[in-house]
Design a protein around this ligand. Structure first.
Ligand code: PAF
Length: 284
């Protein structure tokens, strides 16, 4: 596995791969790697891509400085894991090259209005501006044919897809299925901050989604079921919503067919999110 830090070397490496006729697959991460990231690399390898993984803890997507400080960082083990996943090149860009003005605000921002303002965006103002800005920069420097994102961050995936469409970036955005632990908890770098008790309460998120999927509708009843399930586990509910899978607009009680249920909650100071495809059924 090649290791790259400087932006010029990174740009050249990707360019050399393209010139050699290979397709570059970008797996952007913030490190603290786990099996969810492994699945993104596996998808890129299955497509035959030259896999470039980036690790950059992007301060611009944290609206809470305490959350940024607490974000897990494990550079040494991440390097070993990236290699074991089959990454071809690992890029760990510096802050000075990613956001030269930092810690002063960066003048240039990519913002996806609407999609970026609801759900996670409503509770974390500026979060998706930070995500869209960093993903745009990673994609522009790397020039990948494909970029891989987990469906656990379902709204992030929708925001990135929209940004790619609106900016005309020549990259296919590939969404990869959520990877869960055996008990159902969606894998997240933040899970390492949960002790056994908090983890048991965190399971209410995936349980809420499973109950919603079984229930089938109407949408307002699903919202109530999900919220009640998380509240019963002493989770501070951020949201529990049923939305259109593309526009993320909340669905009314007359909606039927494919929808997405999304939940967010805080357990012992750790913010967790999860989601699941559901089928809203008629006549309930
Ligand atoms: O999903 C993440 O880890 C981050 O939001 C991303 C896409 C790497 C941007 O910083």
């Amino acid at each position: 596995m090649r290791r790259v830090v400087g932006i010029e070397e990174w740009r050249r490496l990707a360019e050399d791969q393209r010139l050699a006729g290979r397709r570059v697959g970008l797996v952007p991460t913030m490190g603290a790697l786990h099996a969810g990231h492994r699945s993104l690399v596996a998808a890129a390898r299955a497509n035959g891509d030259f896999v470039i993984m980036t690790i950059f803890v992007n301060p611009r997507q944290f609206n809470d400085p305490a959350d940024l400080r607490a974000y897990p960082r494990a550079p040494e083990s991440d390097r070993a894991l990236a290699e074991s996943f089959g990454v071809d090149a690992l890029v760990e860009p510096t802050m000075a090259e990613m956001w030269p003005s930092y810690p002063e605000p960066t003048p240039t921002t990519v913002s996806v209005a609407g999609l970026g303002d609801v759900l996670e965006g409503a509770g974390r103002p500026g979060h998706f501006d930070g995500v869209a800005s960093v993903v745009a920069k990673l994609a522009i420097v790397t020039g990948p044919s494909r970029a891989y994102f987990g469906e656990k961050d379902f709204q992030q995936l929708a925001v990135v897809r929209r940004m790619v469409l609106d900016l005309g970036l020549d990259v296919e955005v590939v969404g990869c299925a959520i990877v869960r632990d055996e008990d159902g908890l969606a894998l997240s770098s933040r899970n390492v901050r949960l002790d056994a008790q908090a983890r048991a309460r965190a399971l209410s998120l995936s349980r809420a989604l499973a109950l919603a999927a079984e229930h089938g509708g109407p949408a307002s009843a699903l919202r109530e079921v999900m919220r009640a399930t998380m509240v019963a586990a002493d989770v501070v509910v951020g949201y529990a919503d049923v939305v259109d899978p593309v526009t993320l607009e909340p669905l009314g009680d007359d909606a039927t067919g494919r929808a997405r249920a999304l939940v967010a909650g805080v357990v012992d100071g750790v913010r967790l999110i999860d989601n699941r495809e559901i089928e809203l059924r008629k006549g309930r």
